[in-house]
Design a protein around this ligand. Structure first.
Ligand SMILES: NC(=O)c1ccc[n+]([C@@H]2O[C@H](COP(=O)([O-])OP(=O)(O)OC[C@H]3O[C@@H](n4cnc5c(N)ncnc54)[C@H](OP(=O)(O)O)[C@@H]3O)[C@@H](O)[C@H]2O)c1
Length: 328
């Protein structure tokens, strides 16, 4: 089959379309003809050799896809040839074909395009896991979502609004991105390039007012995060885009406010965990997607031949929502 492969022959790694052996479905797996995939920050790291795929996963980039079942392994009971599906991959999305365990594949609603479906799995499953499972956001609580216009951020805003009727504050780096967050349900908009988030939150929502924080930025926000957190509040780290080392860190607020601080990565969870997450996510959200109450936010769609342009858009923080690839 054809696949996007990393060419390391020049000064910088670049993606080129090349030949790769066809994947073969194991007992409980589907072989899927991919129609669309979507970018994730992990792809940029993997391309430069900084984020090797977990053992046993495809070496090809790509953590999600939408496509049509081409054939099924002997033990498959839930799908058959011709079914349109979408789902999370441990790797292998930047290719014509991939394999996926049947418990990780979700049936695609008729009204979805492949591009829309491919934009859902990684960011919505990550956001669902972070907001609902890890942070246990409760009805009507206040949540602060950093990088609100990121793919995961746009999913987290919608889930917090629709599943928990939460009061939502966000940070983002431009007024256009904040406006997008507002349209999805965010109520307190903070431009972190001009404003300090703890000042705005204390002025608008009061001291110690945030029950849940979803953070992708890391050390630059540590002190401000702890300042605004309420008693028994929860902070979930999903990335450290701004740095990982915190200076002058004190555990006093962690004890005094009884804080829970968690970190998580989805890609290296085992199949059983991802299957439970996929099942609970699907049953809680599929009708909301069908009624267009929940929607993937698509920043742009590129033919997979133009993947380098797509990567550069993400690298430069220009996207708001998902960048999709099709044409494979
Ligand atoms: N742990 C997990 O399981 C998991 C799963 C999926 C994704 N992730 C991670 O979560 C992060 C978001 O993923 P995504 O696909 O949603 O990303 P994305 O759509 O590419 O958005 C990332 C956004 O973060 C903001 N940003 C970047 N560097 C920043 C900095 N130093 N300070 C403040 N904001 C910064 C930028 O928006 P502004 O213009 O607003 O600055 C950028 O557009 C990535 O790091 C990704 O690797 C983790």
């Amino acid at each position: 089959m054809k696949a996007l492969l990393v060419d390391n022959s020049g000064d910088n790694p670049v993606m080129v379309i090349g030949e790769h052996p066809d994947p073969e479905p194991a007992d409980k797996e589907l072989l899927v003809k991919i129609e669309a995939t979507a970018l994730n920050r992990a792809d940029l790291l993997q391309k430069t050799g900084k984020y090797p795929p977990p053992v046993g996963e495809s070496p090809i980039l790509g953590l999600e896809m939408a496509g049509v079942v081409e054939s099924v392994g002997d033990g498959v009971t839930k799908f058959e040839k011709g079914d349109p599906v979408f789902g999370l991959l441990g790797g292998g999305g930047y290719a014509e074909y991939c394999t996926i365990h049947e418990d990780l594949a979700m049936p695609m609603p008729e009204a979805f395009s492949f591009e829309e479906a491919a934009a859902i799995p990684e960011v919505f499953l990550t956001a669902f896991q972070a907001v609902i499972w890890l942070a246990e956001l409760d009805e009507g609580e206040t949540i602060l979502i950093h990088a609100g216009a990121s793919g995961v951020g746009t999913a987290a805003i919608q889930l917090a609004e629709l599943l928990r009727n939460a009061r939502i504050a966000v940070t983002a780096g431009s007024d256009e991105k904040l406006e997008l967050c507002r349209s999805l349900g965010a109520r307190l908009l903070i431009n972190y390039k001009r404003q300090n988030h703890s000042d705005i939150i204390e002025a608008e929502l009061g001291k110690n007012s945030v029950n849940v924080i979803i953070d992708f930025v890391g050390s630059p926000y540590w002190h401000d995060n702890l300042k605004v957190m309420a008693m028994d509040s929860r902070l979930v780290y999903l990335a450290m885009l701004g740095g990982a080392t915190v200076e002058n860190m004190s555990i006093v607020p962690i004890l005094r406010k009884r804080l829970t601080i968690k970190g998580s990565t989805l890609r290296n969870r085992n199949t059983a965990y991802k299957a439970r997450l996929t099942k609970e996510f699907y049953s809680n959200t599929i009708n909301l997607f069908k009624n267009v109450k929940l929607s993937p936010v698509i920043d742009s769609v590129y033919d997979w031949k133009d993947v380098e342009k797509a990567h550069s858009r993400m690298e430069n923080n220009q996207n708001a929502g998902k960048i999709v690839l099709n044409g494979m």
